[in-house]
Design a protein around this ligand. Structure first.
Ligand code: PLP
Length: 377
């Protein structure tokens, strides 16, 4: 291998656009507007235009974005929030933090996203929000989810942290970007995300003026005008340097997602003939932006594959080894004992292979060759 293989290669990506990034960062340093400077406003406007959404509110990270969304909806302690168990902990952690009640539901093992039938069954008169997650860059079936949500008049918060730039196609032919379909969308600019900053960052989206007003206030100490605090809020800001970096990278996002799709297509083809590997599902209703390339190892032990690859200098990751409903953090919540066979089945079999915007064909071929060698053993 001429270049070592990494799960993500943010440094090589930076070097491709170094001059533009360095200039943008220096502009912020010269302006000395480190917080809420022009770069933040420019980025919010550019991202809103890219996503085609009315309001974009930058904040400190994706976890805060979810929390601010839930606070803006006025959720009260004990209100039920439906989320998949098979997701990154941030989605459900904020539910717990706000003393809401997490209601974990199964995912569809094909899409890795919330199963609409399980969602419908989990709705009670106390359900006050639904939080679908577009896991690994594959959109959840939003058309069905929105139908159910509208039927019961329950707001939907899309966790779009892994799917920025993903297009959704509705059966009537309308197209929307994920994150702009539900009542509110939340995203993260953690460095390894498809649109990643050089530190933490996040944003919240909505087409609803009142919610946008609430979220803007909540993210800024609940203040309506300086030193007048109308509601309990928090301090959640995107800093100007991160905004400047993101503004440059946003221009490349579609190209970055296309590069990920090319890596995925290479893997798909390499694994096509193997009956041991299930490659990621591609829904007819959306594009897939491959935040992760996650396979299901149907035959063979994925932990052994993980070790085998490591021995050959190929990193791989288990996202996520423990589903939400089995995390000890919820022990004190008195939740019912849940039987989640699909989630457990996936949790034991998934493994994510390296995928990023700077992979070359030699690396992809080397990885595919070793995965295939392992499954044939
Ligand atoms: C990364 C991520 C988050 C949290 O974002 P941070 O910026 O790390 O706080 C939330 N949900 C999902 C699905 C994520 O992947």
């Amino acid at each position: 291998m001429t270049r070592p293989i990494q799960m993500v290669d943010t440094r090589s990506q930076y070097l491709q656009i170094k001059t533009a990034i360095d200039t943008a960062i220096h502009e912020v340093l010269d302006s000395a507007a480190y917080i809420n400077g022009k770069a933040v406003q420019d980025f919010a406007a550019a991202l809103g235009a890219y996503l085609d959404v009315k309001h974009t509110i930058p904040c400190a990270n994706g976890t805060d974005a979810l929390q601010i969304a839930m606070m803006a909806l006025g959720l009260q302690p004990g209100d039920e929030v439906i989320t998949p168990s098979f997701t990154y902990i941030a989605t459900t952690e904020v539910v717990a933090l706000l003393k809401l009640k997490p209601v974990f539901v199964e995912v569809d093992p094909q899409t890795f996203c919330i199963d609409p039938a399980a969602l419908r069954k989990a709705i009670t008169p106390k359900t006050k929000a639904i939080v679908p997650v577009h896991l690994y860059g594959q959109a959840a079936p939003m058309e069905e989810i929105m139908q159910i949500a509208n039927e019961f008049a329950i707001p939907v918060i899309e966790d779009n942290a892994q799917a920025i730039g993903c297009h959704y196609l509705f059966s009537d032919g309308t197209k929307k970007k994920t994150g702009t379909i539900g009542t509110i969308g939340a995203t993260s600019f953690y460095p390894s995300k498809n649109l990643g900053a050089f530190g933490d960052g996040g944003a919240i989206f909505t087409n609803d003026d009142q919610l946008a007003h609430n979220m803007l206030m909540i993210a800024n100490h609940g203040q309506s005008k300086r030193y007048y605090h109308d509601v309990v809020g928090c301090n959640s800001r995107l800093d100007s340097i991160q905004a400047a970096v993101l503004n440059i990278k946003l221009k490349h996002l579609d190209r970055y997602n296309a590069a990920r799709q090319e890596v995925a297509a290479f893997y798909d083809q390499a694994f096509e003939a193997s009956d041991a590997i299930i490659t990621p599902f591609k829904a007819a209703y959306s594009t897939h932006v491959y935040h992760q390339y996650t396979i299901i190892l149907e035959k063979g032990n994925r932990d052994e594959l993980n070790r085998y690859l490591a021995e050959h200098k190929i990193p791989s990751m288990i996202y996520y080894p423990v589903p939400g409903h089995k995390q000890r953090m919820f022990d004190s919540f008195g939740l019912p004992k849940l039987d989640m066979p699909q989630t457990d089945w996936l949790t034991e079999r998934v493994i994510s292979l390296p995928i990023h915007t700077e992979m070359d064909e030699e690396q992809m071929a080397y990885i595919a060759e070793h995965v295939l060698k392992f499954v044939k053993k």
